[in-house]
Design a protein around this ligand. Structure first.
Ligand code: ATP
Length: 221
């Protein structure tokens, strides 16, 4: 079946799974992690959702560039979808608002998941209205560099180890999981581009071509 048909079928399921990030740029850490997670947990698709301009890290590329690179990278990915709802919003975009809007669309009983690496999980308590996230969604924490976050006892959520039970939960729960580690970050890619080093081991060729065409990351150091 062709990729667009599979992607169209993803739209109306009782599951909504999101990997949010800056994606500046998208790299294999995002792609392999999202695919491995979909396979391990049995999700049909994962939405890759770049944050909007108002909330992205200081000095990073515009939403327009980050979204364009994401679209190129996902062109041949059958389980990964570009989700542009945060980049469309004007002003500050908080994850809690995004999840609230998704929840309104999918209804109260659908299984909603926000995926994050262990580095992001460690700082979740500094996110805007972070406790409310668990009234809307579940969280899957993926070990990054083989490290799971040390202490999540503050999270007002139930920890699950059984994947099938976890997938029955609409919100309010979290699951820690280890996937094959992919030791790459966007920071590393930006520095390598600035140093004119090759990034082809970690970034799809279409994205490398886009970076070159638009002269991105040249002045990073
Ligand atoms: P930067 O280096 O600019 O901070 P990043 O590589 O961490 O960027 P983001 O777009 O900020 O990329 O990450 C989005 C999400 O993907 C975060 O939850 C992050 O933890 C996760 N992630 C990024 N890279 C990896 C990786 N190599 N392995 C597992 N998770 C990752």
């Amino acid at each position: 079946m062709d990729t667009s048909v599979i992607k169209a079928q993803c739209q109306d399921r009782q599951q909504y799974v999101v990997l949010g990030g800056t994606f500046d740029p998208i790299h294999d850490g995002h792609l392999l992690t999202a695919n491995a997670l979909a396979d391990k947990l049995g999700y049909d698709c994962v939405h890759l959702m770049p944050c909007g301009d108002a909330y992205h890290k200081q000095g990073s590329s515009s939403a327009c560039h980050r979204l364009a690179m994401l679209e190129l990278a996902l062109r041949h990915e059958s389980k990964l979808l570009v989700d542009d709802q945060e980049t469309k919003r004007v002003g500050a975009t908080y994850t809690v608002d995004t999840l609230s809007s998704i929840r309104q669309n999918i209804g109260p009983s659908a299984h909603l998941v926000w995926i994050m690496g262990s580095d992001a999980a460690q700082s979740l308590t500094s996110w805007h209205n972070w406790q409310a996230l668990f009234t809307l969604a579940n969280i899957v924490v993926v070990a990054r560099n083989d490290e799971l976050p040390a202490d999540l006892s503050e999270w007002p959520a139930k920890c699950f180890t059984d994947i099938n039970e976890f997938k029955k939960q609409p919100y309010g729960c979290y699951l820690l999981t280890a996937l094959p580690p992919v030791a790459v970050s966007s920071t590393q890619i930006r520095l390598q581009v600035a140093n004119q080093e090759t990034v082809e081991n970690h970034v799809p060729q279409s994205v490398i071509d886009y970076i070159e065409q638009h002269g991105l990351y040249r002045g990073e150091n």
